[in-house]
Design a binder for this molecule. Sequence first.
Ligand SMILES: Cc1cc2nc3c(=O)[nH]c(=O)nc-3n(C[C@H](O)[C@H](O)[C@H](O)COP(=O)(O)OP(=O)(O)OC[C@H]3O[C@@H](n4cnc5c(N)ncnc54)[C@H](O)[C@@H]3O)c2cc1C
Length: 438
Amino acid sequence: MIQLTPSDQCPYMNTAVGEKYDVIVIGGGPAGATISALLADAGKSVLLLERGLTPRFHVGESLLPKCYPTLKRLGLLDRMKASAYPKKFSVQFVTDMGKVTQPFYFDEYIPHESSQTWQVERGDFDQMLMARAAELGATLRSNAHVMDILFEGDRATGVKVKLKSASGADEVKQISSKVVVDASGQSAMIANRLGVKKSDPRLQKGTVWGYFENALRDPGRDEGATIIMQTPGKKSWFWYIPLSNNIVSVGCTGSMRYMFGDSNLSAPEVFARELAKCEEMQRRLEPATQFGDFKSTRDFSYRSGKTAGDGWVLIGDAFGFIDPVYSSGVLLAMASAEMATDAILDGFSTGDLSGKQLGRWNESYAAGLENFKKLVYAFYTPGFSFGEFFMKYPDYRNHMTDILMGDVFKPGVDEIFAKMGEVIPPSDLEPEPEMAEM
Ligand SMILES: Cc1cc2nc3c(=O)[nH]c(=O)nc-3n(C[C@H](O)[C@H](O)[C@H](O)COP(=O)(O)OP(=O)(O)OC[C@H]3O[C@@H](n4cnc5c(N)ncnc54)[C@H](O)[C@@H]3O)c2cc1C
C-alpha cells in the first residue's frame, strides 16, 4: 500500500554525525540522494541531512525515460527492473473535446530498453536512492532539520542543523563543509534566503490529488501509461498515473483562481467539481475506491535567479520547478544532480570551488528547462491544438516525443518552437522578461 505517512522504521534517524565534510547535502529527495551517491562514489566525504522521517510521502510518481542514464550511473537499473513498479511505455492525451488521441510510444521512436521507464511510489523510490547513497559511503541522517546555511562573507561554509534523537531530545549543531548543496526541494532554502526565488506569472497553478484503488486500466503495454486529460475549455487537466498494488494517482491542475477561487470549497469538493467535467476520468474511476485524504498544493512554478555561489550550489526543485504536466521534476532533479556532481568534482581537483565553477552547467541546464517550459506554455495556450499542429507539421512529432521522454538537452530539439511560433504568437512561448519576485 502506498506510504501516505512517514514510517516509524526510519533507518537513518540515529546516525552519528561528524563535525566536518567535503560536501553537505540538504534534502533526501531524488536530487539530494543522487548527488550524495555520486559524490560518495567518487571518494568525497558527504553528509546528507533530511528533515523528515524516511520513507516519507511525496507527490511526483511518473518518471521519464531519460532518467535511465542516471539510474545506470547510480548502479540501480537492476533494482528498477526487478521492482514491482508498473512499466511506462507511453504517454497519452485526451483533448478538452474528449478525444482520446494516439499515445506517444517511446519505444517506437527509440527501440532500446531505455525508452521504457517506471511509475514509482515516491516514498519507496526516494528511499532506494538514499540507500544507494549510503551503500556508496555517504553519511545519511534523517530527522535533521537544516535551520540555516553558514556563510563567511559570500562563501558558504556549512550548516546549522537541528538533530532530533530517538529519545526526542533536540541537538542543534554547526557542521562545516567545503561545499553546501541545496536540494531542499520547494523549501528552496538558499534561493529564499537570498531573495532570488521568482515565480512564473504564466504558471500560477493549483492542484488537488488523491489515490484510488481498482480504477480501470488499459490492457497490455498501455497498462502503465500516464494519461493526461483536459477538461472542456482547457480550464483544468487530470493526470492518471497507475502505480503498483492496483493503485492509481489522480490529480487535477488548473489556474489557482479557477481551482481555489471559491474558498468555500474543500479539496474533495474541488476534485468532484472537476471530475464531473471529465467523462474519460469518470469512466476510469467508476469501479474505484478512493483512500487517504485528498491533498492540494499551489503556486509551485518558480526558478532561482542564481544557480551557485562560492561554496554552494542549487539542484532539483531547490533551483526551480516548472509544472507537473510533463512529469519533468524527478528527471530534472537527477539531471541537475549529475551535472553539479561533475562540476563539484572538477572543482575539488583544481581547487576552484567558486560559484562560477560550481554553476558552470547552468547555461545548458537552463536551455533544457526552457524546452519543457515552452511545451508547457503551448499546452495551456487557449485554442492551440497539438493534434492540428502535428497534422500540419508531422515531422515535428519526433521533437515532441524527445521532450516527452525528457531528452530536452538534445541539440535541435527546440526547432519545434520556431514552427509553433507560426501558430501561437511567439511571445506566448517566451517567459516574461522579468519573472515576479516572490
Ligand atoms: C502536483 C505535482 C505533481 C508532480 N508530479 C510529478 C511527476 O509525475 N513526475 C515527476 O517527475 N515530478 C513530478 N512532480 C515534481 C517532483 O515531485 C519534484 O520535481 C521532485 O520531487 C524534485 O526532487 P528534489 O529532490 O529536488 O526535491 P524533493 O523531492 O522535494 O526533496 C526535497 C527534500 O528536502 C527535504 N528538506 C526540505 N527542507 C529541508 C531542511 N530545511 N532540512 C532538511 N531537509 C529538508 C524535504 O523533506 C524533502 O525530502 C510533481 C510536482 C507537483 C507539485
